[in-house]
Design a protein around this ligand. Sequence first.
Ligand SMILES: O=P(O)(O)OC[C@H]1O[C@H](OP(=O)(O)O)[C@H](O)[C@@H]1O
Ligand SMILES: O=c1cc[nH]c(=O)[nH]1
Length: 503
Amino acid sequence: MRATVKILDAYTDRYSIFINPEDAKAAKLHPDDLVKIESGKRSIYGSLVISSFVQPGEVGVSKDVLQLYHLSEGEVVEVVPAGTPESVRYIKKKMHGEKLRKVEIEAIVRDIVDRKLRDIEISSFVTALEINGLDMDEIAALTIAMAETGDMLDIDRKPIMDVHSIGGVPGNKTNILVVPIVAAAGLTIPKTSSRAITSAAGTADVVEVFANVTFSLDEIKRIVEKVGACLVWGGALNLAPADDITIKAERALSIDPTGLMLASIMSKKYAMGSQYVLIDIPTGKGVKVETIDQARALARDFIELGKRLGQYVEVAITYGGQPIGHTVGPALEAREALSALMTGKGPGSLIEKATGLAGILLEMGGVAPPGAGKRMAKEILESGKAWEKMKEIIEAQGGDPNIKPEDIPVGDKTYTFVAPTSGYVTAIHNRAITGIARAAGAPEDKGAGIELYVKVGEKVKEGDPLFTIHAENEARLEQAIVYARRTEPIRIEGMVLQRIGNI
Ligand SMILES: O=P(O)(O)OC[C@H]1O[C@H](OP(=O)(O)O)[C@H](O)[C@@H]1O
Ligand SMILES: O=c1cc[nH]c(=O)[nH]1
């Protein structure tokens, strides 16, 4: 059918295309059908919404469609059913556990980026990968397809360093320290991060509390050429654009299939032109990788994938058995990260991990002799040079370099849990901590999260505070309290562990 474009003041994030019920009936179109708008030589795909928001003869487009394609109000276009894309057959192949060919993977990625695959099909793809996995040939094909369907950054500096965590551990604000330490030593590190996938705050969510993270590639190039580093959101760029789309499905399901994780991380590194990449694999109970053997196997995959992409990759297997530092959630983590950078001091887990990772990068980049990287990283942090560099990054990214951590607002609806008994903290359950912070509204509500007052091994007396939940509204706080009561996030045990009577 021919129709006149009407730009709707709606943002559905589902690439919605609206037509009037009369037109839908005549054209035999149904809600959520994949439809195609043909405008000149372009084809624009979206999901159909049938609504009287538009008159007969009009086609309404939501604002998210316009982010991808330019359409003008009043333009006359053709609207036709798009049919099922061939890539759906390849997704089904993976559902049945079959190996995908390179061209099939390329077709899936292309259709994700072009929005020919709707959310429901993308979630099926993600689920099929969670269940049936990918081998290294498939992962390499997926990585390259994800990178090549987007733009590539070309910075005329050498070497280009990069760091990326596979995530999963709550409170992992580590790379917000690593990046300025490495850049303060004179190395170039254009760091992109995703938003939270399974956690309550991804690095991009935390940095966004005190600086912009959404930039075009040209802007990033200018920032990196000026200050040698950035801490930005990869999803804002047309950089591996399929990544942010699949991450949305992963976040909803709180899963991160291994093959897709490898491709997600390495496609971003490849597109940023990174030559020396350090991957952090937090390992421990309740995170993505629970044992050292699994971590080693994953490390081998990252290194092998790096070789296929022409990148030198090293992996750090790090302790992930409990949260990093004392805060979880965007604003609370931003406070803790900035305070550690400002003072050079902070929780042992955060400082140890950040200087350990930065030290490896300093050695990989050739500015520290082998074995001396961590000491050098600590000196840079403690001398205030990392904080000076961070202020440059914040300013270049449009934030206030004179920001004080305590000025960052956090959720003012709070509830503190106390120790029910005296004893020792024998476990802090990662998944429960993340679940509580998410129930409180993180990462979307920046002020939501958790402040932890104890870590594993510490002694507590009955009634001592264990953790405070912060939320931005009462309903979320209540949900988080209920979640916390159900899950026992912190286990306290005395010296008598169990009492057993007559058996
Ligand atoms: O913990 P979850 O949410 O699963 O993992 C996602 C987080 O892990 C990575 O961290 P970084 O950017 O390397 O610091 C991603 O970029 C993202 O911030
Ligand atoms: O960037 C990331 C980090 C973890 N897992 C992913 O899939 N992507």
